[in-house]
Design a protein around this ligand. Structure first.
Ligand SMILES: Cc1cc2nc3c(=O)[nH]c(=O)nc-3n(C[C@H](O)[C@H](O)[C@H](O)COP(=O)(O)O)c2cc1C
Length: 236
């Protein structure tokens, strides 16, 4: 009996060890996945100039001029414009709370903005005001199924982090992700109207291919993409 009890305890101990090993293994795999997702070797992060939070067209005029345009010049966007654009899209507008220019269900801040440019793909870090390198190389053509995506200077990709919505029903997960993305996209539209830039939000995205190219782990889901650039008539 003792032996039985002993062996039972030993089994429990073994089981504990096995669960610990499994847990450590899972944490290890998660850390590895995070490391491979968040870091692009040989591609430096880009620190952004402070966003300009003044100026631009009056709101009513920007609303009047908001529109989808699908013709893009290849001309690059200055880093200042990229910074202003990303801040308008989903930057922090209240330092004390870390809340953003975009509303967010339960302030979960589910949607992150990726910037895919000629040099590589980056994650917008609003807090650090920088672009974190995610993947090296020109992945623009993978951001959509329309011709202009490969030559326009910037394709934004809106990505929802489902890990932030663990205690949310599947229906609300979709609702939260889609609505937060919609708000971000509209901010981009209004910024573009104000700055005379072309933009189009896009559902036409090969999510599978782009997820792979960006090394996104399972819980990060691409919702929409949005192309931004100067109108083609501007010098091209
Ligand atoms: C959720 C959503 C997905 C869209 N997907 C695409 C797309 O994949 N490609 C595209 O060219 N336009 C896309 N559009 C842009 C619409 O075609 C455009 O907003 C519509 O024609 C109205 O034009 P407007 O934005 O100038 O008012 C999308 C718009 C929304 C809201």
């Amino acid at each position: 009996m003792d032996q039985l009890i002993g062996s039972n305890h030993a089994n429990k101990g073994d089981n504990k060890m096995t669960s610990m090993k499994t847990a450590l293994g899972v944490i290890g795999v998660m850390m590895l996945a995070f490391a491979t997702w968040a870091v692009a070797p040989d591609l430096p992060d880009i620190s952004l100039p402070a966003p300009r939070m003044e100026g631009g067209k009056p709101l009513m005029q920007a609303l009047k001029e908001r529109q989808t345009l699908r013709s893009f010049s290849e001309k690059k966007l200055p880093l200042q414009v990229v910074s202003d654009l990303l801040w308008a899209a989903a930057g922090i507008n209240r330092q004390d709370s870390g809340k953003r220019t975009v509303p967010s269900a339960r302030n979960l801040q589910i949607v992150e903005v990726y910037a895919v440019m000629e040099s590589g793909a980056y994650l917008y870090d609003a807090k650090a005001n920088c672009l974190k390198a995610v993947a090296k190389g020109d992945l623009r053509k993978l951001t959509g199924r329309q011709d202009f995506v490969s030559s326009a200077p910037l394709n934004l990709v809106f990505v929802a982090d489902y890990a932030k919505m663990k205690r949310t029903s599947p229906e609300d997960q979709m609702l939260y992700s889609a609505s937060e993305t919609g708000f971000i996209s509209q901010n981009v539209y209004l910024f573009c109207a104000s700055e005379g830039l072309s933009t189009v939000v896009r559902a036409m995205v090969d999510r599978k291919a782009l997820t792979k190219a960006l090394n996104l782990p399972e819980q990060l889901k691409i919702i929409l993409a949005q192309t931004v650039g100067y109108p083609k008539s501007d010098g091209q």
